[in-house]
Design a protein around this ligand. Structure first.
Ligand SMILES: [Zn+2]
Ligand SMILES: [Zn+2]
Length: 188
C-alpha cells in the first residue's frame, strides 16, 4: 500500500485523502468539521483494513454480477434449486466510528447524501458505500428441505451459518468480523 491511499473519514460521511506528512495534524472537512488526524501508523492501519473490506466486498459483487453466485444448486445439499435467500451485509469500513455526533451524525450524513448524491454505482462491481459503511447484498440458494433442517434464514445465526458455506461470503466476515447481516427476502 502506498501512502497515497491514506484517508480520513469525517462524521458527515465525506472521505478526504491525506498525505503521510499530514499525520498528527488537523484538517477541515468541507462540512466545516475539524478532524484530528491520527499518527501515520494508525492512518496506514485504517487504510489497510478498509482496503481488505473493499476487496472482500468487491469479490462478492463480482461473483454475483457475473452469475457465478448464487449458482444453480442448494448451498447445503448441492441439488439443483431455484430458491433464493437474499440478504444484506453492512460492513463498517472506518476503523472506529466517531461518536461525537452519534446518531445525529448518521442523520446528518443521510441528509447530506440527499443534497449531494454520489454517482450511481449499482451496475458495477464497486460495493455501495453509504457514509462509513460498505453494503453488499449476497444471494444464497437454499432448498426447502435444507431450510427445514438448518433453520429459519430470517434468524441471523442461521443466515451466518449459510453464508459461511460460501467461500466468498465467509471471506467477508473474516475481513470484517463485526459486519451486520440482515435478511431481505426469500423466493418461494
Ligand atoms: Zn465533514
Ligand atoms: Zn438443499
Amino acid at each position: 500500500m502506498s501512502t497515497k491511499d491514506l484517508f480520513v473519514d469525517c462524521e458527515c460521511g465525506v472521505r478526504t485523502a491525506v498525505s503521510a506528512g499530514m499525520a498528527g495534524s488537523t484538517l477541515t472537512c468541507r462540512c466545516g468539521q475539524t478532524i484530528a488526524l491520527p499518527a501515520l501508523g494508525e492512518l496506514r492501519h485504517i487504510a489497510g483494513r478498509d482496503r481488505h473490506v473493499t476487496n472482500a466486498a468487491e469479490l462478492v459483487n463480482k461473483a454475483i454480477n457475473s452469475g457465478r453466485l448464487p449458482g444453480t444448486t442448494c448451498v447445503f445439499c448441492e441439488r439443483p434449486s431455484s430458491r433464493e435467500i437474499r440478504c444484506e451485509v453492512v460492513c463498517e469500513s472506518s476503523a472506529q466510528k466517531q461518536t461525537f455526533l452519534g446518531e445525529q451524525g448518521d442523520l446528518l450524513a443521510s441528509f447530506l447524501r440527499i443534497l449531494f448524491p454520489l454517482p450511481s454505482v449499482s451496475a458495477s462491481d464497486e460495493p455501495q458505500t453509504v457514509g462509513h459503511n460498505t453494503i453488499v447484498r449476497p444471494v444464497i440458494r437454499l432448498c426447502h428441505s435444507c431450510q427445514a433442517t438448518l433453520g429459519n434464514p430470517r434468524e441471523t445465526k442461521t443466515l451466518r451459518k449459510l453464508m459461511d458455506m460460501v467461500p466468498e461470503y465467509s471471506k467477508l466476515f473474516r475481513e470484517y468480523p463485526y459486519a451486520e447481516i440482515h435478511f431481505v427476502n426469500a423466493t418461494e
